[in-house]
Design a protein. Structure first.
Length: 209
């Protein structure tokens, strides 16, 4: 009708629904880069493997060194059985090697100067493998390897590691496995669970300060 304004029906305008925000990733402290979770897991696994390698090789050297230090004469007789060293060098070798084994064990178990310890382990084990391989090649196997001194049969584990009263391929395989573990530590270092790792973290913090 004329003169009367038509009522306009207004549709209420709905406010836009809020878009759900993605949860923000936790930010690292200033100066510390974010590390991917996969990378963290890889580092933890590597640290555990390096720790296991150090403890295994270092523990074996510790047991062997302690047994030989207490009875250098018995170790000297085991060395003579290989017929490799001149007679004048047998006793000095029998007195020095156990202390070198204990030094290697200390470095590896503590994770201090770990690469030095791993290098020493490779050199010692390499000399042992040479002597064992020579015995197998020449048929001079009717004697024990002497790797654990006079206490080789003290426990079933030591008896298993020592390999018995004759030189066998097990002696070579055992030392090659230990060399492989030592090379792993030599190449990758001690890992986070070590004195070397702790000192490295302290150096990084001092450089950032």
């Amino acid at each position: 009708m004329a003169g009367k304004s038509r009522a306009v029906r207004r549709t209420p305008v709905r406010p836009p629904s809020p878009v759900p925000s993605r949860p923000e990733r936790a930010s690292a402290p200033l100066g510390v880069p974010l590390v991917d979770e996969t990378e963290q897991n890889r580092r933890h696994l590597e640290s555990a493997l390096l720790l296991g390698a150090r403890v295994l090789v270092g523990g074996i050297f510790l047991i062997a060194g302690v047994a030989k230090v207490g009875s250098p004469g018995a170790f000297a007789e085991a060395i003579r059985a290989f017929h490799i060293l001149p007679g004048d060098l047998v006793m000095p070798f029998a007195r020095i090697v156990p202390w070198l084994e204990l030094l290697v064990a200390a470095y590896l178990l503590a994770g201090f100067l770990t690469r030095v310890g791993a290098l020493g382990s490779c050199l010692l084990l390499g000399s042992f493998v040479y002597a064992l391989a020579d015995s197998l090649a020449t048929g001079n196997t009717n004697h024990a390897c002497g790797c654990f001194g006079s206490g080789a049969g003290a426990t079933p584990i030591l008896a298993f590691l020592a390999g018995g009263d004759t030189v066998t391929w097990w002696d070579v395989i055992r030392d090659l496995i230990l060399i492989a573990l030592s090379l792993l530590v030599l190449v990758r270092g001690a890992g986070a669970l070590s004195l070397d790792g702790w000192l490295a973290r302290r150096r990084d913090l001092a450089e950032e300060a």
